[in-house]
Design a binder for this molecule. Structure first.
Ligand code: APR
Length: 313
């Protein structure tokens, strides 16, 4: 019996639940929210598509009842406030840190062995917070941002090349902020052909810029932050863990000297399997890429510092 819990039944949490149950990634899925009725309603709505979409996973919605989450294999944390137009992910830190900390404590009471997937923003800092306060093996805390940013990167590359996004390989590493993420053009290929051989510098610059503001562009259009791509990115990550697929996806994980950084959680390509993130893949950055990574780490480290200023860690 496999079980996945999703905390937060808002836009991202409910979309994530929808993709997870429709792909039958677990026998049982629990959707929990603090707001009365919302998780029950959304779970019921999704379950009413079971006959149409032919899935057999059971999704249950609960209001703040953590006993229903007992013995979850994976817990996805989306609870918190989303960005509004003009806000950066960093603006959410105070509110979301307190929510994420108390949610994690409750989760671990009922599922001490769970693998935690962090989505609440600022995601790098929320992942760091959970590593610091959750007292879990480091491989069991995975931040989702890089998987989403990489999917956006591949989409913009596919548009520029006019080819299917599934034919593109590429990674975004570093922080999950608009200015801290690093789309790694040098490693991006169309079926093995470096995209730098297929696109002009101007086109490449536009792909990189569009990727970096990918989330902010949507926040402006939607009036709140995006949910389809975050939900789908989360489901891909969860699938690799629960099915032990050993896929390589960029995720925010604790670094202990890898990529020249330590005491920080930052996006790097990792192998995802039944033990959580199992291995960091070393892409051997050149000097310019490493300098960007170090700069990104510095910005994220400054933000993590707010947690101690606020006496949260
Ligand atoms: N416990 C459980 N649920 C909570 C709690 C809590 N302590 N606090 C808030 N929530 C719930 C809210 O009731 C709401 O239903 O979290 C949900 C958040 O949903 P939305 O407001 O729709 O936000 P969403 O767009 O899903 O984004 C969630 O993911 O991408 C990030 O930046 C985004 O941090 C944000 C998070």
């Amino acid at each position: 019996m496999s079980k996945i819990t999703i905390i937060g039944a808002g836009n991202v949490g409910a979309t994530c639940a929808d993709v997870i149950v429709s792909r039958e990634l677990a026998d049982e899925v629990v959707l929990l929210d603090i707001k009365e009725g919302i998780s029950e309603g959304k779970a019921m709505d999704i379950m009413q598509t079971a006959a149409l979409r032919e899935f057999n996973t059971r999704l249950t919605g609960v209001t703040n009842d953590y006993s229903a989450t007992e013995k979850s294999d994976i817990v996805v944390i989306t609870s918190g406030i989303p960005r509004k137009p003009g806000m950066s992910r960093e603006d959410l830190i105070g509110t979301n840190a307190n929510i994420v900390k108390s949610v994690t404590e409750n989760i671990l009471k009922y599922s001490p062995d769970a693998i935690l997937v962090m989505i609440s923003n600022p995601m790098d800092t929320m992942t760091y917070l959970t590593i610091k306060t959750g007292n879990l093996p480091k491989n069991k805390v995975i931040g989702m941002g890089g998987t989403l940013d990489s999917s956006r990167f591949k989409y913009y590359l596919s548009k520029a090349l006019n080819v299917p996004a599934s034919e593109i390989q590429g990674f975004v590493i570093g922080g999950h902020g608009d200015t801290t993420m690093i789309p790694l053009i040098r490693f991006a290929t169309y079926n093995g052909i470096p995209v730098s051989e297929l696109l002009s510098q101007e086109q490449i610059d536009k792909v990189v810029a569009d990727t970096m503001v990918g989330g902010a562009t949507l926040t402006k259009l939607l009036g709140t932050s995006a949910w389809y791509a975050p939900g789908a990115a989360c489901a891909s990550l969860v699938e690799s863990v629960i099915r032990d697929q050993k896929r390589v996806l960029p995720c925010c994980v604790a670094l202990d000297g890898e990529y020249e950084q330590k005491d920080i959680a930052l996006g790097v390509p990792v192998v995802l399997g039944k033990n959580g993130w199992e291995k960091i893949v070393d892409y051997k950055l050149n000097d310019a890429e490493q300098a960007l990574f170090n700069k990104s780490a510095e910005a994220v480290r400054n933000m993590n510092g707010v947690l101690s200023e606020m006496k949260i860690v």
